[in-house]
Ligand binder design. Structure first.
Ligand code: UDP
Length: 420
């Protein structure tokens, strides 16, 4: 069997160099970077292809030993809205093919594309290079459209069709959870043999359960506060408004809590180029809870770990979530999670043990669950210990072990087909 020496990873719409937690950068960026670093540690070089969005960065940037970010010029050197990107795919794909053509034939052994746009480029490269295409969807348009938040625009038909084409052309599809694998099979008619479930990971060296008091001290959070935390891109799909409304319901239900409550939101607005989550700030003011809210800009994971440690509960009320890395990171730091019982969150949180899953998105339901937890410190402590135990199942090394199995199968099958 041919050795797996070099992987071409494609992430058209968001760069592995971007700070997750704002714009289009989130869990997928974290996934790509963490997997690439660990593949390189195991002797497999990774080239990460992304669209060039700035003149400030050189065409090639070393992200870690053995991991290069390759900037492909396709369209203007600036951020573009995701809806503009399909028009740049032709230029992106030719840039990708040109880069490979500058090397000896057989430079890459496998392509791993992320998100449907990258799958389009991956499809063309697969045909040209004769190597397997492994694809991760991260989110599915059909699933997203079935769970739209109020005011959220549906994903266009072009994306649904694009995803279908990727399903038809990929050698393997990586699903984050068994649920996503099922959705790929039932909604996109993917071949069961093609779909492999690989759980994403968490950086268990960064997200550790250290002392809450010290974390609060470092962040300037008073020790006597009951602190709820939201982390992530601020967009309707993640429903941070449900947390703000739940905070309002909580102080109405228990007025004495107002003086003690602190609701911290860490992250920036999604996909708009703005830096402040204006609508959320306004909503908090309208509901009379501006005084309990604290808004923090996105930050690197080392600092984020302190926010999780400082919180009593992390709240993840998303309408749809392919996995929900935030939920596992919080648990790894010993902070239980109250999450919507949707998508990957049902895998990420062990209901009743490491957190609580709430059906639906009624803020009053969240307020009730949160009031019960905040009023039961013993239960919170037990949940905290269970959360740390549960998070141990999600290391990136395990993710990479599984991915390598899938890569090896795909390369082996390709080699057999070529020799037949
Ligand atoms: N994140 C971060 N800094 C922030 C906010 C978020 O590094 O200020 C990271 C967070 O650690 C997590 C990712 O962004 O790994 C968000 O992933 P998740 O799966 O929760 O949501 P997605 O963005 O994929 O929808």
């Amino acid at each position: 069997m041919s050795r797996l020496a070099r992987v071409a990873t494609i992430s058209v719409h968001t760069s592995p160099l971007d700070q997750p937690g704002t714009g289009d950068a989130g869990g997928m960026n974290v996934y790509i970077v963490e997997v690439a670093k660990r593949l390189a540690e195991r002797g497999i070089e990774v080239d990460l292809f992304t669209r060039a969005t700035s003149r400030a960065l050189p065409p090639d940037v070393e992200l870690a030993p053995g991991v290069m970010v390759r900037h492909v010029t396709a369209g203007p050197l600036e951020e573009l809205d995701k809806s503009e990107l399909p028009r740049q795919m032709c230029a992106f794909t030719s840039g990708l093919l040109r880069t490979e053509a500058a090397h000896e034939p057989g430079h890459y052994d496998l392509i791993h594309s992320h998100y449907w746009l990258s799958g389009q480029a991956g499809h063309a490269a697969r045909l040209r290079w004769g190597v397997p295409l492994v694809h991760s969807m991260h989110t599915l348009a059909k699933v997203k459209n079935a769970a739209l938040a109020e005011g959220d625009a549906p994903e266009p038909l072009g994306r649904v069709l694009g995803e279908q084409r990727v399903v038809e052309s990929a050698d393997r599809l990586i699903a984050n959870t068994a649920d996503e694998a099922e959705q790929l099979r039932t909604l996109y008619d993917a071949d069961p043999h093609q779909v492999q479930t690989v759980l994403p990971g968490v950086d268990l060296r960064t997200f550790t359960p250290e002392d809450t008091e010290e974390a609060r001290h470092r962040l300037g959070v008073p020790q006597d506060r009951a602190m709820l935390l939201f982390v992530g891109r601020i967009q309707p799909l993640k429903a941070p408004d449900v947390l703000v409304r739940a905070a309002a319901a909580l102080v109405e239900r228990e007025p004495r809590l107002r003086e003690r409550l602190l609701v911290t939101v860490v992250g920036g607005p999604s996909g708009s180029g703005r830096t402040r989550p204006t609508e959320l700030v306004e909503l908090a003011a309208r509901l009379g809870v501006a005084d309990v809210m604290r808004f923090e800009p996105p930050c690197p994971q080392a600092e984020l770990a302190d926010w999780y440690r400082a919180a009593d509960v992390t709240v993840v009320p998303s309408h749809s979530e392919s996995f929900g890395l935030v939920a596992v990171e919080s648990q790894a730091c010993g902070t239980p999670v109250v999450a919507a019982g949707v998508g990957g969150l049902r895998t990420a949180v062990r209901d009743g043990e490491s957190g609580v899953l709430v059906r639906g998105h009624d803020p009053v339901d969240y307020a009730r669950v949160l009031a019960d937890l905040l009023g039961a410190p013993g239960r919170l402590r037990r949940m905290s210990a269970a959360a740390v135990r549960h998070s141990r199942a999600f290391g990136w090394q395990t993710t990479v072990d599984r991915l390598l199995e899938v890569y090896t199968q795909a390369v082996g099958e390709r080699a057999m087909a070529a020799s037949a």
